[in-house]
Design a protein around this ligand. Structure first.
Ligand code: 23J
Ligand code: MN
Length: 263
């Protein structure tokens, strides 16, 4: 098949609905859950604000528009290498410099929903990824690896989404050796349905925040607060995750989309 044929087939499939577009983003607004960091360590990202400029009123009689106050790492979002100290020196490590070819890529979806329902601190390990590959096929260079936990069902409430107690937040994520393995496989990056790419307890891991530390050290990318991964096949989806072209941006909210076969 020529590339022209491939795109013509895709065009037909999009128009006739045999390829569906799944919305993998959560609503972005004042109620969007946001990360809380230990106060002695860091300032938090501010609550999202949406301010009206005009709504067909006296000043702007025929139009409506808003302005936003919005952290880069808010809601469903993309982490660029410059987000972390380990990735700070890559020339193409900010959102405005990443090759756009990398914004559309195949996705592997690892279903950890049963384990996460059982244990909020569940960690996917390298061994877990290898067992998944034995069943579904190998993860290839340049592909996304997405951890399905169905955590998006908590996205409407910051308290349930962060699931914190006196000991800190309790949300599932990857073990350090999981991300190390994915870097060996040259995966494009790692995505989760929780507030960040790391597990809730990851501040105490070695290294701290291993997903951030290791992904960005390898000039790779992260996705957080993804939704609707239960509607994706284990393999076969094409994932669209394009950050805004924020000058020297370390990340960006995204409208994450997945192309999947209907039925
Ligand atoms: C800053 C510090 C720690 C973390 C994060 C940001 C994120 O999860 C993020 O949104 O990148 S864990
Ligand atoms: Mn982030």
């Amino acid at each position: 098949m020529t590339p022209q044929d491939t795109l013509a087939t895709l065009a037909t499939s999009l128009l006739d609905g045999s390829v569906k577009v799944i919305d993998c983003a959560a609503p972005l607004g004042p109620d969007t859950p946001l990360l809380k960091l230990p106060p002695e360590l860091a300032d938090d990202t501010p609550k999202i604000e949406i301010h009206q400029i005009s709504r067909y009123g006296d000043r702007g009689p025929w139009w409506a528009w808003n302005w936003l106050k919005l952290g880069e790492h808010s809601g469903t979002h993309y982490d660029a290498p410059h987000h972390w100290i380990t990735g700070k020196d890559y020339a193409d490590g900010s959102v405005d410099t990443i090759d756009p070819q990398l914004f559309v890529a195949p996705a592997n979806v690892i279903d950890c929903s049963a384990e996460a329902a059982e244990n909020a601190d569940f960690l996917l390990t390298a061994e877990g990824v290898k067992a998944w590959e034995a069943e579904h096929g190998e993860i290839k260079e340049g592909e996304w690896v997405l951890m399905r936990t169905d955590w998006d069902k908590f996205n409407g409430s910051e308290d349930s989404f962060l699931n914190a107690d006196e000991t800190g937040p309790h949300t599932p994520g990857p073990s350090p050796d999981c991300i190390e393995y994915l870097m060996e496989k040259k995966a494009l990056g790692w995505g989760t349905q929780c507030i960040g790419t790391d597990a809730g307890m990851a501040a105490g891991f070695e290294p701290p925040f291993p997903a951030h530390n290791l992904l960005h050290k390898h000039n790779r990318y992260g996705l957080a607060s993804l939704t609707n991964l239960d509607k994706l096949p284990a393999k076969g989806a094409i994932f669209v995750a394009a950050p805004l072209k924020i000058v020297a941006g370390t990340g960006s909210p995204i409208r994450a989309l997945a192309l999947v076969p209907a039925g």
